[in-house]
Design a binder for this molecule. Structure first.
Ligand code: ZN
Ligand code: ZN
Ligand code: FE
Length: 758
């Protein structure tokens, strides 16, 4: 008997070779019918012998192409049309429907071997790609995903490319960026006066110039990189100087292959999996003692951010480096805090003073996308910056939340748009504190709304009145949902873990606006999506100078010392900071001048780093906390004293004894690495203690950890196992950042939950 079915598939099914896969499979089962893209996924119609149809249904989800991801399959029967063949038909646009869009993917093994084979027609072609690899998100202007809706529209395929594109059995069937030497994009080399440098092989020449200590701006997938020899102290320092401001902010580096990376960094199994995954993120790896990479790449840091080449162009560039240069610096092509540069003219204008040369190409980038940054903690992946290779993949929520725009926080901003049970978190936008970044933020929101067909009903934003994201929300005409920062952190962790019951939320970070107007940052919340109760926090102390104290940790050090010793601050500190400066801060503290109260964990880390003499002024966010972590002695087990007392129903952590003990250890000449470890163990100690007390009181056993502090390896690699040893169920971040890059997801689910429950 003959049977006919219509199958609707949702998920990442466009631009990933899904239709040719279905075509081949249907032919294997001798079925007739068709397959086509719609604005919401792929529709398959099959008819034929009943056994064949059932066999097809059973086998098609099992071996989908590598980049495809099925979220949902709907099957309905339909009338027999007595078709005589199986065909792939043109896309059908439908109003209001949406489809998931694939992120950009690193070059696949097949394309790489073709590119390196002298007999292949794409030998050394820097834009080789196929349905399993290449640019997607950064070149798509609208859906359905077809060539004329991408920045590849301007390149007309040559007859051979067109043939590949049209034959369902070919790996390049409907590979939208398909191209070759003859018909596709090409590279050129320019100097910083915008004049082209004649060359038969611009990539080879760029590689030579890099080896001769030049700085080159290189156009990639989601924007420009600034590249130089990573082993050359002089040129790395020169690049820092020209980039401005970010004096010691770590640069990412790129090596040709895994074997090369293993020569200078430790690579465990999970790190190896991340480095080689198609998303090709930067992975934080521990340096080896004999590391040949310049110390100026990541000063005072035991880790290096390393990635493998992800475009064919990167491969060609790194292929011809001499063995003495195992890596190139590949840092974001921007000036100071501005967004990544993506257009050619803009690059010459904005990067002309930084780069000596430009390696450009003429495939336009429609949307910028920074490199993603990951790290391995407790043998698991964590994402510190979720961008290229991950965005715009949605986070699948347990519940449908309606259409919401969550605008995120101020630093490391991302926004999030939801519809149905999908949360589309944006690529990394950056710190929303200048016009360029704000513009990028606004443009990206419009683009996401268009790509995913979302018209938000409400906007969720942070409570902080001065965040530009808050102001953006307030200027809109939508109903607003203000959400407390740390509540959003915990909700974000819950959402990505599919948890919706009440949890013990531990949120530790630098800054978040509290419901009492104070600066929160070490918070123990009894919480679910509907609200929270602040069960505990670090004792409030004044933050002398407000935001200025974030840049100058010695201010917070004085605040802590003053709280312990009063005006009798030990003379060693007065000497270090100077009487005048110290007395000025003490005066501010005494008079409460521009000194908001804070319970921030980040500021406590700052204070300790400054007390130990590590750092009195920071050049990038969290620098002092990172440097404090870097010196911590792995083997030290003890911690310092602290007190927990009740203030009404709230538990307050008082670290007076901690500070006192630290100064005592300094007086007795205990090594700084031991003091740092003991301090970290103290934070671990009070976290465990408050969690125990909250569990005793409420019977709740699930702990959610969130906030930038959990990027700290030393702390996270101890807190999770210790809590688990005591029987807690611990959830932490893996898919979205634990830092403020994860805030937008939390805002979206909290707001969505309130809308549903109304
Ligand atoms: Zn490929
Ligand atoms: Zn061609
Ligand atoms: Fe935060």
């Amino acid at each position: 008997m003959n049977k006919s079915l219509r199958i609707t598939v949702k998920g990442i099914v466009q631009g990933v070779g899904f239709r040719p896969y279905i075509y081949r499979l249907a032919n294997n089962f001798s079925l007739c019918g068709c397959v086509y893209n719609t604005s919401s996924g792929v529709v398959i119609e099959v008819e034929g012998d009943e056994n064949g149809v059932l066999g097809f249904i059973k086998s098609f989800p099992a071996s989908v192409p590598p980049l495809a991801k099925i979220d949902n399959i709907e099957i309905e029967s339909c009338s027999l049309e007595k078709r005589t063949q199986f065909e792939i038909i043109d896309s059908l646009p439908e109003k209001g429907r949406f489809v998931s869009i694939s992120p950009d993917m690193g070059i696949c093994r097949d394309c790489l071997s073709e590119m390196l084979s002298p007999s292949d027609r794409r030998y050394r072609y820097p834009f080789i790609n196929c349905v399993n690899c290449g640019p997607r998100f950064t070149i798509i202007q609208d859906i359905p995903y077809d060539r004329d809706k991408t920045t590849m529209r301007k390149f007309r395929m040559c007859p051979i490319c067109r043939k590949e594109y049209e034959s369902p059995s070919n790996r390049r069937y409907h590979a939208q960026p398909n191209a070759c030497h003859k018909c596709g994009p090409s590279v050129c080399l320019l100097d910083n006066d915008d004049s082209e440098i004649e060359s038969i092989d611009p990539i080879q020449q760029a590689s030579n110039l890099l080896q001769q200590s030049n700085i080159i701006a290189i156009k990639g997938i989601g924007g420009f990189h600034l590249a130089c020899d990573a082993t050359n102290d002089m040129v790395v320092q020169e690049l820092r100087k020209r980039k401005g401001r970010e004096e010691d902010k770590p640069f990412a580096i790129m090596s040709f292959d895994l074997a090369t990376v293993k020569k200078y960094c430790k690579v465990n199994d999970e790190a190896e999996r991340l480095l080689t995954a198609p998303s090709k993120p930067i992975v934080l790896l521990e340096k080896m003692p004999n590391c040949s990479i310049s110390t100026y790449v990541a000063p005072n840091n035991n880790y290096l951010g390393v990635m493998l080449p992800y475009t064919p162009l990167h491969y060609l560039l790194l292929l011809s480096l001499k063995p003495e240069i195992p890596a190139l610096v590949m840092t974001s092509g921007n000036f100071s805090d501005e967004p990544l540069t993506k257009d050619n003219d803009e690059a010459i204008k904005r990067l002309g003073k930084i780069a000596d040369y430009f390696l450009m190409h003429n495939r336009d980038i429609h949307s910028r996308c920074d490199d993603s940054l990951t790290s391995v903690i407790n043998s698991k992946k964590t994402i510190i910056r979720r961008s290229r290779g991950y965005a715009p993949l949605p986070i699948v929520l347990k519940l449908s939340v309606g259409q919401i725009l969550a605008v995120g926080a101020e630093f490391k901003n991302t926004f999030c748009l939801t519809r149905d049970n999908y949360a589309f978190c944006s690529q990394h936008i950056g710190d929303l504190k200048n016009y360029e970044t704000l513009k990028y933020f606004k443009e990206s929101i419009e683009r996401f709304k268009r790509l995913f067909r979302i018209e938000p009903e409400i906007i969720a934003h942070d409570l902080h009145p001065d965040y530009l994201s808050t102001k953006f929300a307030q200027e809109s005409s939508y109903p607003l949902f203000p959400i407390q920062h740390h509540h959003a952190h915990i909700a974000s962790c819950m959402a990505e873990n599919g948890v919706d019951e009440k949890v013990i939320g531990v949120a530790m970070d630098g800054t978040g606006y509290g419901t009492d107007g104070n600066v929160w940052g070490c918070e123990f919340l009894l919480t679910d999506y509907s609200g929270f109760e602040r069960a505990g926090h670090l004792k409030y102390l004044p933050l002398p100078g407000g935001d200025k104290a974030t840049e100058e940790p010695y201010r917070m050090a004085i605040s802590y010392l003053y709280s312990v010793f009063g005006e009798a601050i030990p003379s060693r500190f007065l000497k270090r900071w100077g009487d005048e400066k110290t007395l000025f801060i003490i005066k501010m503290l005494k008079q409460g001048l521009n000194s908001p109260l804070t319970s921030s964990a980040g500021r406590l880390f700052d204070a300790i780093a400054s007390i130990l003499g590590l750092r009195d002024k920071v050049n990038y966010e969290a620098q002092s906390a990172i440097e404090l972590e870097m010196i911590a002695d792995e083997h030290e087990k003890s911690g310092y004293g602290f007190e927990i007392y009740g203030e009404g129903d709230t538990l307050i952590i008082n670290p007076t004894k901690t500070i006192f003990d630290i100064v005592g250890d300094m007086d007795s000449g205990v090594h700084l690495s031991v003091i740092s470890a003991r301090f970290h163990n103290t934070v671990l100690g009070w976290t465990l203690e408050i969690c125990r007390r909250m569990r005793d009181k409420t019977g709740i056993n699930k702990v959610a950890l969130s906030g930038g502090v959990f990027q700290n390896h030393y702390l996270s690699e101890r807190i999770n196992p210790h809590l688990e040893e005591e029987g807690f169920m611990v959830i932490s971040h893996a898919e979205v950042p634990t830092n403020d890059g994860g805030i937008s997801l939390g805002q979206a689910v909290i707001a969505g939950n309130r809308v549903i429950s109304k």
